[in-house]
Design a protein around this ligand. Structure first.
Ligand code: FES
Length: 115
């Protein structure tokens, strides 16, 4: 059985091949943002697959491809509600965009105040 590791919580759980990441996260009690109930319409459930070069997931299907660009796929980003587990996989949450923007702004102000 494939092992799924949720890096943010350092939680490992066994999964059945073909289960979605969201299904396994629910079993593991790991929270993944979502608003559409796993119907591939909100795009809030994006996660980062850390070992995506090992090909641990089945290829994306049409529903997922509507919400994920090729560039994102190449970076290892997948929809948790659609991505189906094939082998051992390591999953990290997506970085919070707002948090990144605020952090970048704070760093910029810090640099400017040091001049
Ligand atoms: S849960 Fe909404 S797109 Fe995945």
């Amino acid at each position: 059985m494939p092992k799924v590791t949720f890096l943010a919580k350092n939680k490992k759980i066994e999964a059945k091949q073909g289960e979605t990441i969201l299904q396994v996260a629910t079993k593991a009690r790991v929270f993944i943002s979502q608003r559409c109930g796993g119907k591939a319409s909100c795009a809030l459930c994006k996660v980062m697959i850390k070992n995506h070069n090992d090909d641990p997931l089945f290829p994306p299907e049409e529903k997922e491809l509507r919400l994920i660009s090729n560039e994102q796929l190449n970076q290892g980003i997948r929809l948790a509600c659609q991505a189906r587990i094939k082998g051992n996989v390591e999953i990290a949450p997506m970085e919070n965009k707002l948090q990144s923007i605020v952090q970048a702004q704070l760093e910029k102000q810090q640099r400017e105040s040091e001049l």
